[in-house]
Design a binder for this molecule. Structure first.
Ligand code: ZN
Length: 264
């Protein structure tokens, strides 16, 4: 199975980066202005898109369905409701919103009531862990399990509906991370590997995503939305380079990133 799954975060009015989601230079890099997001949607309109599907429906669709596009949004910022939902709905689409549950109701983040509203409007809610740990792959077994099991339970209680999907905070995916997510009852785990391909090594589907940052142009977003191989290969090269840097330099990588982005 293949989907061109776009990985967005917040969408905020220009110069109001602090109004939604996590704060800081690295988080800001993933926040789009409303104008940029509108341009992305205009560029993607008319492409062969999949409407918001349940995981079950997606699983049952055949590979002949091509490479449909999915919109995903990480971090649970309040802009999911204040800016994003209405824009997607106006285009006839829905999104998947991944929530770090420890932040529910905090300033700049969705409240339980707002999460319910998104769900009632047809958007899909998934877990993005409890605490959004900096390195989920380095947690001990019990903490790792709590991140998936407790967040899934909290969201299921908020929605009175089972939670089927999650996304890995920071993209720090590993087999252990996936196994814990599977034990929490998730059926699909989205990571940040820039690929359209879905894999099912065990009982859990693993899906890659195509990251969007604040300088991603509308034409590039449209190319990614159609699963354009050349554009995705470019993303893979960058991603592999970053992965290597993170492995080699560890915590230093993040400090250097923070510094570089705060200079811009
Ligand atoms: Zn995140």
């Amino acid at each position: 199975m293949r989907t061109a799954t776009l990985l967005y975060h917040d969408v905020v009015p220009a110069d109001q980066l602090q109004t939604s989601g996590f704060q800081g230079a690295v988080a800001d890099r993933y926040k789009l202005s409303c104008d940029s997001f509108d341009a992305h949607l205009r560029a993607i309109v008319g492409r062969p898109l999949l409407r918001c599907e349940t995981v079950t429906r997606l699983m049952s669709s055949s590979s002949d369905d091509g490479c449909p596009c999915l919109f995903t949004f990480d971090d649970g910022g309040v802009s999911a409701l204040t800016e994003i939902a209405e824009r997607l709905e106006a285009a006839g689409w829905r999104g998947r919103f991944f929530i770090p549950t420890d932040h529910i109701g905090q300033p700049g983040f969705l409240s339980a009531e707002q999460i319910r509203e998104l769900h009632q409007r047809g958007h899909i809610i998934g877990t993005h862990s409890c605490s959004h740990p900096r390195r989920i792959d380095q947690l001990n077994d019990s903490d790792l399990q709590r991140e998936w099991s407790q967040s899934t339970e909290i969201l299921a209680n908020v929605l009175q509906s089972p939670i089927e999907c999650g996304s890995v905070p920071g993209g720090f995916f590993s087999r252990r991370v996936a196994e814990a997510a599977s034990r929490a009852g998730l059926k699909v785990l989205f990571n940040s590997e820039p690929t359209c391909r879905w894999k099912k090594p065990g009982s859990l589907w693993i899906a890659g995503r195509l990251p969007i940052v604040n300088h991603t142009s509308a034409s590039m977003a449209a190319a990614l939305a159609t699963g354009d191989r050349h554009t995705i290969t470019q993303q893979q090269l960058v991603w592999n380079g970053k992965k290597l840097a993170k492995t080699v330099a560890g915590g230093l990588y993040r400090q250097v990133s923070e510094w570089i982005f705060s200079q811009k």
